[in-house]
Design a protein around this ligand. Structure first.
Ligand SMILES: C[S@@+](CC[C@H](N)C(=O)[O-])C[C@H]1O[C@@H](n2cnc3c(N)ncnc32)[C@H](O)[C@@H]1O
Length: 365
């Protein structure tokens, strides 16, 4: 770390210290993210959440069947990062109700462990990046392996489980009634199939097809389909079975995937050809803004999102030469409006759904 150095760069000693502090704060966040991954994977948060708190590290280690010395050092990191509470002697540790919600309750709508589940796979992409920066060609979601697909699943599933069927679908005029009667539904970029299975279970008269190009995501989706009693869902790779082109699909959904696509304009054109005249495309995508400056001003997570874009979203969107490369924040409302109009959609409406990261749109022919 920088100390008071008399260099020939014209540095201001106070600004140098502050800049260094900022740099190492980023590293602190990255390392603590790794510790959150371990806490989740080793069940340490669940131990804290399920016992009368606070606990000593001996008690945590015993309940998690782990070695105390390692647990103690982990707990010190977590308390130093204000994720665990610690008593003045650093002997007993606890997890606040909010900590339990975000770190120890996979079904809570605020659960945040999904991104940390896939943290090692996301960071492993660093090895691939120098070549991508040279060639311009990135890597699709399968490059993150099967655990990458589970991490994506865990990232989106908790909120969806609480809100997709009860909150989001009713904002689409008449859709719930039509789903109850029976329509064809296509979920494109379906990932591990969570949204498809939730809707398929809620609307047994409708039929659902999830489309994804990720083998790992499709394997996971297929497993979920087998584990469910619903018989009205299936999952396919659109390169084997493209969307129908006969305007037979009453509802198309895309959750956080258009910005990941190599050729999003081709997918949007395929949606237009698939959708019925009275159909709706529910587009859910990251709340990007029109400029870099606006993203930084209005989104406290902008640095995280631009970084994830390099490692994951933009990389996927450039995984073949000539890709659109939109990336995590690359589909603001204005661009979504333009791209859907270019494909022949005539109505575009932003839906009144409150979400920390995503925007929701209803798009009609
Ligand atoms: C961030 S994940 C979202 C997955 C899922 N919709 C969810 O909400 O959990 C993006 C997904 O888009 C998929 N994808 C990327 N390009 C695609 C394409 N051209 N057609 C279908 N799926 C695609 C990826 O494989 C990945 O599973």
């Amino acid at each position: 770390m920088a100390s008071d150095i008399d260099d020939d760069l014209g540095t201001d000693p106070d600004k140098l210290k502050f800049f260094s502090f900022n740099v190492f704060t980023q590293l602190s966040g990255a390392v603590t993210a790794g510790m959150i991954h371990l806490g989740d994977k080793l069940g340490l948060y669940r131990v804290l959440a399920s016992a009368p708190q606070p606990l000593t590290t001996d008690e945590i280690a015993e309940r998690a069947s782990l070695d105390e010395r390692w647990v103690r050092e982990w707990a010190y990191n977590q308390a130093a990062a204000n994720l665990l509470t610690a008593d003045a002697d650093g002997e007993r540790f606890g997890l606040s109700p909010e900590g339990i919600a975000v770190l120890a309750s996979p079904d809570h709508p605020a659960s945040g462990t999904g991104m940390f589940h896939r943290f090692p796979q996301t960071m492993a992409a660093l090895d691939l990046m120098p070549e991508s920066f040279r060639t311009g060609v990135g890597h699709d979601y399968d490059s993150h392996g099967p655990e990458g697909a589970v991490g994506i699943e865990r990232s989106f599933e908790p909120w969806n489980r609480h809100h997709l069927v009860p909150t989001v679908l009713p904002t689409l005029d008449g859709v719930v009634e039509r789903l109850e009667q029976g329509i064809a539904v296509a979920d494109i970029g379906c990932g591990a199939g969570g949204a498809v299975m939730m809707m398929a279970e809620a609307f047994p008269n409708s039929s659902f097809v999830g489309y994804d190009i990720s083998r790992h995501a499709l394997d996971r989706a297929e497993q979920r389909r087998r584990d469910s009693s619903a018989t009205n869902a299936r999952f396919v790779d659109p390169r084997d079975e493209p969307l129908p082109t006969d305007h037979s699909v009453g509802l198309v959904t895309t959750f956080d995937c258009i910005h990941d696509m190599v050729h999003p304009e081709e997918t949007i054109a395929a949606i237009r050809a698939a959708i019925s005249d009275d159909g709706i495309w529910l587009l859910v995508d990251i709340k990007g803004r029109d400029s870099f400056a606006e993203n930084v001003e209005k989104n406290p997570m902008a640095a995280l999102m631009y970084g994830i874009s390099v490692l994951s979203c933009m990389s996927s969107a450039l995984s073949e030469p000539g890709g659109a490369g939109l990336g995590t924040l690359g589909l603001p409302e204005s661009k979504a409006r333009q791209m859907s109009a270019d494909a022949g959609f005539s109505r575009f409406e932003r839906l009144p759904v409150d979400h920390s990261v995503n925007a929701f749109y209803a798009i009609r022919p």
